[in-house]
Design a protein around this ligand. Structure first.
Ligand SMILES: [Ca+2]
Ligand SMILES: [Ca+2]
Ligand SMILES: [Ca+2]
Length: 308
Protein backbone atom coordinates (compact mmCIF):
# COMPACT_ATOMS: atom_id res chain seq x y z
CA UNK A 1 0.00 0.00 0.00
CA UNK A 2 1.11 3.55 -0.61
CA UNK A 3 1.46 5.97 2.30
CA UNK A 4 -1.87 7.59 1.47
CA UNK A 5 -3.65 4.25 1.34
CA UNK A 6 -2.07 3.21 4.59
CA UNK A 7 -3.12 6.43 6.31
CA UNK A 8 -6.72 6.14 5.19
CA UNK A 9 -6.92 2.50 6.22
CA UNK A 10 -5.53 3.38 9.64
CA UNK A 11 -8.10 6.11 10.18
CA UNK A 12 -10.96 3.82 9.38
CA UNK A 13 -9.64 0.95 11.47
CA UNK A 14 -9.13 3.37 14.34
CA UNK A 15 -12.71 4.57 14.17
CA UNK A 16 -13.93 1.03 14.07
CA UNK A 17 -11.85 -0.04 17.06
CA UNK A 18 -13.75 2.50 19.13
CA UNK A 19 -17.00 1.08 17.82
CA UNK A 20 -15.83 -2.43 18.67
CA UNK A 21 -15.05 -1.45 22.25
CA UNK A 22 -18.47 0.13 22.59
CA UNK A 23 -20.03 -3.09 21.32
CA UNK A 24 -18.23 -5.23 23.85
CA UNK A 25 -19.02 -2.75 26.61
CA UNK A 26 -16.68 -1.27 29.17
CA UNK A 27 -18.27 -3.19 32.06
CA UNK A 28 -17.80 -6.48 30.28
CA UNK A 29 -14.17 -5.70 29.49
CA UNK A 30 -13.51 -4.86 33.12
CA UNK A 31 -14.56 -8.35 34.17
CA UNK A 32 -12.19 -10.04 31.76
CA UNK A 33 -8.82 -11.29 32.80
CA UNK A 34 -6.46 -8.59 31.57
CA UNK A 35 -3.79 -10.93 30.30
CA UNK A 36 -6.32 -13.15 28.48
CA UNK A 37 -7.80 -10.03 26.93
CA UNK A 38 -4.40 -8.90 25.68
CA UNK A 39 -3.63 -12.34 24.27
CA UNK A 40 -6.97 -12.40 22.49
CA UNK A 41 -6.38 -8.94 21.14
CA UNK A 42 -3.02 -9.99 19.69
CA UNK A 43 -4.53 -13.10 18.10
CA UNK A 44 -7.37 -11.11 16.54
CA UNK A 45 -5.07 -8.32 15.41
CA UNK A 46 -2.67 -10.73 13.72
CA UNK A 47 -5.49 -12.21 11.65
CA UNK A 48 -7.10 -8.85 10.86
CA UNK A 49 -3.71 -7.57 9.63
CA UNK A 50 -3.61 -10.53 7.25
CA UNK A 51 -7.18 -10.01 6.01
CA UNK A 52 -7.28 -6.23 5.43
CA UNK A 53 -4.98 -6.13 2.36
CA UNK A 54 -7.04 -8.82 0.59
CA UNK A 55 -9.18 -7.90 -2.39
CA UNK A 56 -12.66 -6.50 -1.87
CA UNK A 57 -13.74 -8.13 -5.11
CA UNK A 58 -14.08 -11.91 -5.22
CA UNK A 59 -11.13 -13.63 -6.91
CA UNK A 60 -10.46 -17.30 -7.84
CA UNK A 61 -8.44 -18.81 -4.98
CA UNK A 62 -4.63 -19.08 -5.17
CA UNK A 63 -3.37 -22.41 -6.53
CA UNK A 64 0.00 -24.16 -6.69
CA UNK A 65 1.57 -23.09 -10.00
CA UNK A 66 2.80 -26.60 -10.87
CA UNK A 67 -0.01 -28.86 -9.61
CA UNK A 68 -2.95 -26.48 -10.01
CA UNK A 69 -4.21 -27.59 -6.57
CA UNK A 70 -5.49 -25.05 -4.04
CA UNK A 71 -2.80 -23.85 -1.65
CA UNK A 72 -3.16 -25.27 1.90
CA UNK A 73 -4.63 -23.35 4.82
CA UNK A 74 -5.29 -19.66 4.31
CA UNK A 75 -2.57 -19.36 1.66
CA UNK A 76 -5.27 -20.09 -0.93
CA UNK A 77 -7.44 -17.20 0.28
CA UNK A 78 -7.14 -13.92 -1.58
CA UNK A 79 -10.32 -11.93 -1.13
CA UNK A 80 -12.34 -10.74 1.86
CA UNK A 81 -15.31 -13.00 1.15
CA UNK A 82 -13.01 -16.06 1.36
CA UNK A 83 -12.68 -15.38 5.10
CA UNK A 84 -16.39 -15.18 5.84
CA UNK A 85 -17.26 -17.91 8.34
CA UNK A 86 -13.62 -18.94 8.74
CA UNK A 87 -12.99 -20.56 12.13
CA UNK A 88 -10.06 -22.48 13.63
CA UNK A 89 -9.38 -23.96 17.05
CA UNK A 90 -6.58 -23.83 17.91
CA UNK A 91 -5.58 -20.81 15.81
CA UNK A 92 -3.61 -21.65 12.68
CA UNK A 93 -0.76 -20.12 10.77
CA UNK A 94 -1.54 -19.19 7.15
CA UNK A 95 -0.17 -22.55 5.91
CA UNK A 96 -2.74 -24.40 8.03
CA UNK A 97 -0.45 -25.62 10.83
CA UNK A 98 -1.55 -25.06 14.43
CA UNK A 99 -0.14 -22.18 16.42
CA UNK A 100 1.61 -24.01 19.30
CA UNK A 101 0.57 -23.27 22.87
CA UNK A 102 -2.94 -21.94 22.15
CA UNK A 103 -4.94 -25.16 22.42
CA UNK A 104 -7.93 -23.70 24.22
CA UNK A 105 -8.27 -20.71 21.87
CA UNK A 106 -10.51 -20.16 18.85
CA UNK A 107 -10.46 -17.52 16.16
CA UNK A 108 -13.44 -16.80 13.95
CA UNK A 109 -14.12 -14.33 11.18
CA UNK A 110 -17.24 -12.82 9.72
CA UNK A 111 -17.35 -10.65 6.62
CA UNK A 112 -20.56 -8.75 5.82
CA UNK A 113 -21.77 -5.95 3.62
CA UNK A 114 -22.92 -3.08 5.83
CA UNK A 115 -24.76 0.16 5.30
CA UNK A 116 -22.34 3.10 5.54
CA UNK A 117 -25.04 5.13 7.27
CA UNK A 118 -25.48 2.45 9.93
CA UNK A 119 -22.46 0.23 10.35
CA UNK A 120 -24.31 -2.29 12.52
CA UNK A 121 -26.85 -2.88 9.72
CA UNK A 122 -25.87 -5.79 7.47
CA UNK A 123 -27.21 -5.98 3.92
CA UNK A 124 -27.70 -8.84 1.48
CA UNK A 125 -26.43 -6.78 -1.47
CA UNK A 126 -23.13 -5.09 -2.28
CA UNK A 127 -23.18 -1.76 -0.45
CA UNK A 128 -19.59 -0.95 -1.43
CA UNK A 129 -18.44 -1.51 2.16
CA UNK A 130 -17.45 -4.80 3.75
CA UNK A 131 -17.24 -5.09 7.53
CA UNK A 132 -14.66 -7.57 8.84
CA UNK A 133 -15.15 -8.92 12.36
CA UNK A 134 -12.44 -11.03 13.99
CA UNK A 135 -13.06 -12.65 17.36
CA UNK A 136 -10.71 -14.53 19.67
CA UNK A 137 -12.22 -16.83 22.30
CA UNK A 138 -10.62 -18.72 25.17
CA UNK A 139 -12.81 -21.74 25.78
CA UNK A 140 -16.36 -20.38 25.75
CA UNK A 141 -15.33 -16.84 26.69
CA UNK A 142 -14.91 -14.05 24.09
CA UNK A 143 -11.64 -12.23 24.84
CA UNK A 144 -11.33 -9.83 21.91
CA UNK A 145 -13.37 -8.57 19.01
CA UNK A 146 -11.91 -6.32 16.33
CA UNK A 147 -13.93 -4.70 13.56
CA UNK A 148 -12.65 -3.00 10.42
CA UNK A 149 -14.19 -1.62 7.24
CA UNK A 150 -12.99 -1.84 3.69
CA UNK A 151 -14.53 0.02 0.77
CA UNK A 152 -14.87 -1.50 -2.66
CA UNK A 153 -13.06 0.90 -4.93
CA UNK A 154 -13.07 4.48 -6.04
CA UNK A 155 -16.47 6.13 -6.32
CA UNK A 156 -19.78 6.17 -4.49
CA UNK A 157 -22.13 3.25 -4.14
CA UNK A 158 -25.47 3.96 -5.78
CA UNK A 159 -28.67 2.17 -4.73
CA UNK A 160 -31.58 2.64 -7.17
CA UNK A 161 -35.22 2.29 -6.21
CA UNK A 162 -38.18 2.00 -8.57
CA UNK A 163 -41.18 3.34 -6.65
CA UNK A 164 -44.71 1.98 -6.69
CA UNK A 165 -46.16 5.01 -4.85
CA UNK A 166 -46.43 8.68 -5.83
CA UNK A 167 -43.60 10.44 -3.93
CA UNK A 168 -43.97 14.05 -2.80
CA UNK A 169 -40.82 14.10 -0.66
CA UNK A 170 -37.90 11.86 0.34
CA UNK A 171 -39.90 10.66 3.33
CA UNK A 172 -42.18 8.83 0.87
CA UNK A 173 -39.28 6.56 -0.14
CA UNK A 174 -38.33 3.42 1.82
CA UNK A 175 -34.53 3.54 1.55
CA UNK A 176 -34.26 0.55 3.91
CA UNK A 177 -35.82 -1.67 1.24
CA UNK A 178 -33.71 -3.84 -1.04
CA UNK A 179 -32.87 -1.64 -4.04
CA UNK A 180 -34.02 -2.39 -7.58
CA UNK A 181 -30.43 -2.06 -8.76
CA UNK A 182 -26.99 -0.96 -7.52
CA UNK A 183 -23.93 0.56 -9.13
CA UNK A 184 -20.83 2.70 -8.65
CA UNK A 185 -20.79 6.42 -9.46
CA UNK A 186 -17.47 8.23 -9.95
CA UNK A 187 -19.24 11.60 -9.57
CA UNK A 188 -22.77 12.96 -9.12
CA UNK A 189 -23.20 15.20 -12.14
CA UNK A 190 -26.50 14.63 -13.95
CA UNK A 191 -28.04 17.72 -15.60
CA UNK A 192 -31.78 17.67 -16.22
CA UNK A 193 -32.78 14.72 -18.41
CA UNK A 194 -35.80 12.66 -19.34
CA UNK A 195 -33.70 9.47 -19.24
CA UNK A 196 -33.70 6.90 -16.42
CA UNK A 197 -31.09 7.15 -13.66
CA UNK A 198 -29.91 3.60 -14.32
CA UNK A 199 -30.03 1.29 -17.38
CA UNK A 200 -33.45 -0.33 -17.63
CA UNK A 201 -34.87 1.87 -14.90
CA UNK A 202 -38.11 3.87 -15.15
CA UNK A 203 -38.29 7.49 -16.39
CA UNK A 204 -40.47 8.57 -13.48
CA UNK A 205 -41.22 7.53 -9.90
CA UNK A 206 -37.77 6.47 -8.70
CA UNK A 207 -35.17 7.36 -6.09
CA UNK A 208 -31.41 7.03 -5.72
CA UNK A 209 -29.19 6.88 -2.66
CA UNK A 210 -25.42 7.49 -2.91
CA UNK A 211 -23.06 6.43 -0.12
CA UNK A 212 -19.32 6.57 0.26
CA UNK A 213 -16.38 8.54 1.54
CA UNK A 214 -15.44 12.04 0.47
CA UNK A 215 -11.86 13.12 1.12
CA UNK A 216 -11.80 16.62 2.64
CA UNK A 217 -8.52 18.18 1.44
CA UNK A 218 -8.10 20.88 4.11
CA UNK A 219 -9.52 21.89 7.50
CA UNK A 220 -12.16 24.59 7.37
CA UNK A 221 -15.71 25.56 6.47
CA UNK A 222 -17.06 23.50 3.56
CA UNK A 223 -20.20 24.41 1.65
CA UNK A 224 -22.00 21.55 -0.08
CA UNK A 225 -24.65 22.12 -2.73
CA UNK A 226 -27.21 19.91 -4.41
CA UNK A 227 -28.97 20.99 -7.59
CA UNK A 228 -31.80 18.58 -8.16
CA UNK A 229 -35.10 17.73 -9.83
CA UNK A 230 -37.00 16.66 -7.79
CA UNK A 231 -35.99 16.70 -4.10
CA UNK A 232 -32.61 15.81 -2.57
CA UNK A 233 -30.72 15.87 0.72
CA UNK A 234 -27.03 15.55 1.61
CA UNK A 235 -25.47 14.31 4.85
CA UNK A 236 -21.84 14.41 6.03
CA UNK A 237 -20.96 11.97 8.82
CA UNK A 238 -24.67 11.50 9.46
CA UNK A 239 -25.37 15.24 9.86
CA UNK A 240 -27.88 16.79 7.47
CA UNK A 241 -26.05 19.58 5.60
CA UNK A 242 -28.27 20.25 2.56
CA UNK A 243 -32.07 20.08 2.54
CA UNK A 244 -33.36 20.46 -1.02
CA UNK A 245 -36.41 18.23 -0.54
CA UNK A 246 -39.84 18.54 -2.16
CA UNK A 247 -41.24 18.74 -5.69
CA UNK A 248 -39.37 21.14 -7.97
CA UNK A 249 -37.43 21.51 -11.19
CA UNK A 250 -33.61 21.93 -11.05
CA UNK A 251 -33.07 24.00 -7.90
CA UNK A 252 -29.95 24.89 -5.89
CA UNK A 253 -29.71 24.56 -2.10
CA UNK A 254 -26.55 24.72 0.02
CA UNK A 255 -25.33 24.15 3.55
CA UNK A 256 -22.02 24.73 5.33
CA UNK A 257 -20.21 22.55 7.84
CA UNK A 258 -16.82 22.79 9.58
CA UNK A 259 -14.65 19.77 8.81
CA UNK A 260 -11.13 18.58 9.47
CA UNK A 261 -9.13 17.13 6.58
CA UNK A 262 -9.55 13.43 5.85
CA UNK A 263 -12.20 10.94 4.77
CA UNK A 264 -15.79 11.71 5.79
CA UNK A 265 -18.91 9.69 5.20
CA UNK A 266 -21.20 11.24 2.60
CA UNK A 267 -24.74 10.29 1.72
CA UNK A 268 -27.00 11.87 -0.90
CA UNK A 269 -30.64 10.95 -1.50
CA UNK A 270 -32.76 12.10 -4.41
CA UNK A 271 -36.17 11.23 -5.78
CA UNK A 272 -37.90 11.81 -9.10
CA UNK A 273 -41.65 12.10 -9.47
CA UNK A 274 -42.40 13.09 -13.08
CA UNK A 275 -40.99 15.23 -15.90
CA UNK A 276 -37.24 15.70 -16.04
CA UNK A 277 -34.73 14.42 -13.49
CA UNK A 278 -31.34 15.72 -12.47
CA UNK A 279 -28.80 15.82 -9.63
CA UNK A 280 -25.49 17.67 -9.40
CA UNK A 281 -23.47 17.68 -6.16
CA UNK A 282 -20.82 20.34 -5.70
CA UNK A 283 -18.62 21.88 -3.03
CA UNK A 284 -16.67 24.99 -2.12
CA UNK A 285 -14.10 25.40 0.63
CA UNK A 286 -10.44 26.13 1.49
CA UNK A 287 -8.48 26.07 -1.79
CA UNK A 288 -11.69 25.84 -3.87
CA UNK A 289 -12.88 29.42 -4.21
CA UNK A 290 -15.97 28.89 -6.34
CA UNK A 291 -18.58 26.16 -6.40
CA UNK A 292 -17.45 23.14 -8.41
CA UNK A 293 -18.84 19.67 -8.99
CA UNK A 294 -17.08 17.39 -6.49
CA UNK A 295 -14.35 15.70 -8.57
CA UNK A 296 -14.03 11.94 -8.87
CA UNK A 297 -10.66 12.13 -7.09
CA UNK A 298 -12.44 13.22 -3.88
CA UNK A 299 -14.41 9.96 -3.86
CA UNK A 300 -11.29 7.83 -4.29
CA UNK A 301 -10.35 6.57 -0.84
CA UNK A 302 -7.59 4.50 -2.46
CA UNK A 303 -7.97 1.68 0.04
CA UNK A 304 -8.56 -1.16 -2.37
CA UNK A 305 -7.31 -0.81 -5.89
CA UNK A 306 -7.36 -4.59 -6.39
CA UNK A 307 -4.03 -6.19 -7.16
CA UNK A 308 -1.90 -5.70 -4.09
CA1 LIG B 1 -10.91 -16.22 -3.43
CA1 LIG C 1 -38.87 11.80 -15.32
CA1 LIG D 1 -39.02 15.77 -12.04
Amino acid sequence: MSLVESAVATVIVGVMLVAALNTVGAARLGQLNTSNHRCGHLLAQQLLTEILPQSYQVLPDNVDATTGNPLPGRNGLNDLADYDGWIASPPQWPDGTDVAGWNNWTRRVEVDWVDLTNLSQTRNYDTGVRRITVEAWRGQVPMAKLVALKTSTAGLTAAYYALSNDPLSLSDVDFAATPSNTGIASQINQPGTSSPAWPGGPNDYFAVRYNGLVIIPQDGAWTFTTESDDGSKLWIDGQLVVDNDGLHSMRVQSGTVNLTAGPRRIEVRVFERTGSYGLIVSWQGPGINSRQTIPASAFDSGIDRGGF
